[in-house]
Ligand binder design. Structure first.
Ligand code: G1P
Length: 296
């Protein structure tokens, strides 16, 4: 297979699978996609798209289903709302609302059967074509000096290799993640030898967990299309990555920054407080109330 040469390699597309049921977020996600639940004053998915935009990605490919069209709508104009805000002179909010519609180009692809993350990525094949691309899992919110996915893009561009983002997790949490086995060749950078999707604690090769950020090349599709259902009866992206690792063609990078798993209630609520505390006005109102609730 032939890819764009390193000098003209530019990554513009990001695949964001959003067709999952969101069972961890029920009953809140019964009729609202889990990606649209707010963290402070924005839906979860907006933080993910902002990270993509801040990393130079311009084309967002949502792998979606028939119940999730409001995700695409969120990144489109809402002319009636804009008109009302204009009439009422709410210019600041008007600018904010419009900014969301102008952030990125939106392409959507249907995942007609929810067969797993690997299957979702495979659904984007015809859009991705022959270009390297990113995958961002919508549940993972990441904040730091440098956007999470950007940290991977720079390594993928210099090494010309697929890269997954990892973070160290406590051993009792390894069974929630894809876990890598790798050799550290520079601080925080690993050559991946093998991966296991959601291993039992005593079978995990390390505590380095994939945190929903990937830079891939089109050869991943070759591995994904050959897969049979893996963990949980699903076509796992982790199993596709195993094919790359077997060919010595996968790196992992420890992402620097703060991460929240929006599908976990404790983390979701912490993320809300984290952002609220960054808003100076809200912080002054919130801190005394939190102190009342936490009298120790
Ligand atoms: C998916 C991947 C898993 C990865 C995780 C990161 O799992 O299958 O390898 O570690 O995302 O959030 P999910 O959370 O969709 O079950």
């Amino acid at each position: 297979m032939c890819y764009a040469k390193e000098k003209d390699m530019e990554i513009k597309k990001v695949v964001i699978p959003v067709a999952g049921w969101g069972t961890r977020s029920l009953p809140a996600s019964k009729n609202i996609p889990k990606e649209m639940l707010p963290v402070y004053n924005k839906p979860v998915i907006q933080y993910v798209v902002e990270e993509a935009q801040a990393s130079g990605l311009t084309d967002v490919v949502f792998v979606t289903n028939q119940n999730k069209t409001i995700i695409e709508d969120h990144f489109d104009y809402n002319l009636a709302l804009e008109d009302m805000l204009k009439r009422k002179g709410k210019d600041e909010m008007l600018a904010k609302i419009r900014e969301v519609a102008e952030m990125v180009n939106i392409i959507s692809v249907r995942q007609k059967k929810q067969l797993g993350l690997g299957h979702a990525v495979l659904c984007a094949r015809e859009v991705v074509k022959n270009d390297p691309f990113c995958v961002m899992v919508g549940d993972d919110l990441m904040f730091g000096m440098e956007p999470g996915i950007k940290q991977l893009i720079s390594v993928a561009m210099t090494e010309h290799m697929p890269v997954v983002g990892v973070m160290e997790v406590p051993s009792e949490k390894v069974s929630n993640y894809g876990i890598i086995e790798g050799e550290e060749f520079a601080p925080g950078m690993y050559r991946v030898r093998n991966l296991v999707e959601k291993p039992k604690v005593n079978e995990a090769p390390s505590r380095l967990a994939i945190v929903g950020r990937y830079v891939l090349f089109p050869d991943i599709f070759y591995h994904l299309e050959k897969l049979t259902p893996g963990h949980g009866g699903e076509i796992q992206l982790t199993d596709g990555l195993k094919g790359l690792a077997g060919n010595n063609r996968l790196l992992a990078v420890k992402i620097q920054g703060q991460r929240f798993d929006a599908g976990d209630w404790a983390e979701y609520l912490t993320a809300n407080i984290y952002f609220a505390l960054h808003d100076e006005v809200l912080r002054d109102a919130l801190v005394p109330r939190l102190k009342e609730l936490l009298p120790f």
